[in-house]
Design a binder for this molecule. Structure first.
Ligand code: GLP
Length: 250
């Protein structure tokens, strides 16, 4: 697996939107698993622009989000429900019946996790899973140590993640727990696309691409996936040495 390196964030985001758009054209009823965070914002902007300009339609596709904070109601401003509505679902023609975000306020979180995993299965499985990466190598909210065979479940967030994500909580640390799809759930996707931007991701990217495949670096699991692409901007690739290729398509 050779990561593809683009000169900057905008180019990386356009390339990511291209991958999603071409999957949609090939299979309008495709099933997507998609992330939150700052990294995919440019991709979502690009997809919303294509919807507006070119009529790219998402109406037949199905979407599953990767994760949600535990204890947050869907209308909490820091919830991933609100993020997704503002940045993507509310800006394109998705069918609300085909949009899934884990319910962080479910009275029985374990049952919510089981139901989520079942819904993914019933949908026929994920065609394209788009991921960001945490500074500690997490994917979704699968923190270091997450078992490679895990499924959707309640997870405890790393202290570093809670601090980094404090910006969404007016400086308070993020909640202690979240619902996250599992490592196995991600690996079962037919195609995986990981996006990383910025120098603060360089170490995690280098560990995922060039270090040992280990549960201590969740993103390293992707190296065992038969159809994975890493799309990086130059800063995120800065600790990689020669193992990356400039510009080749994923
Ligand atoms: C968040 C999300 C992840 C995301 C990662 C990186 O906490 N749960 O799905 O990929 O951390 O976020 P960012 O893109 O803001 O750096």
């Amino acid at each position: 697996m050779r990561p593809r390196v683009l000169p900057d964030y905008e180019t990386m985001s356009t390339a990511a939107a291209d991958v999603v758009a071409s999957k949609l054209r090939e299979k309008p009823h495709a099933v997507f698993m998609i992330p939150t965070g700052t990294t995919p914002l440019g991709m979502y902007r690009g997809l919303a622009a294509r919807h507006e300009r070119e009529g790219l339609s998402f109406a037949r596709a199905t979407f599953f989000n990767l994760d949600e904070y535990l204890g947050l109601p869907p209308d909490h401003p820091a919830s991933y429900h609100v993020y997704m509505q503002e940045n993507f679902y509310g800006r394109v023609d998705v069918d609300p019946e085909r949009v899934h975000v884990p319910d962080g306020s479910a009275p029985d979180p374990e049952a919510e996790c089981e139901q989520y995993e079942r819904a993914i299965r019933v949908s026929g499985g994920v065609d394209l899973c788009v991921l960001g990466i945490g500074r500690n190598g997490h994917i979704g909210f699968n923190e270091p140590g997450a078992p490679f065979d895990s499924r959707t479940r309640v997870v405890r967030l790393a202290e570093t993640t809670r601090r980094v994500n404090a910006t969404d909580f007016e400086g308070e640390r993020a909640p202690e727990r979240a619902i996250s799809v599992g490592m196995r759930t991600i690996s079962d996707s037919r195609k995986v696309l990981l996006l990383a931007s910025g120098a603060n991701k360089a170490r995690a990217v280098a560990a995922a691409v060039g270090g040992e495949v280990s549960e201590e670096v969740p993103a390293s699991a992707l190296r065992r996936h038969p159809n994975v692409s890493f799309l990086l901007d130059r800063d995120a690739a800065s600790a990689l040495g020669d193992s990356a290729s400039e510009g080749e398509p994923p």
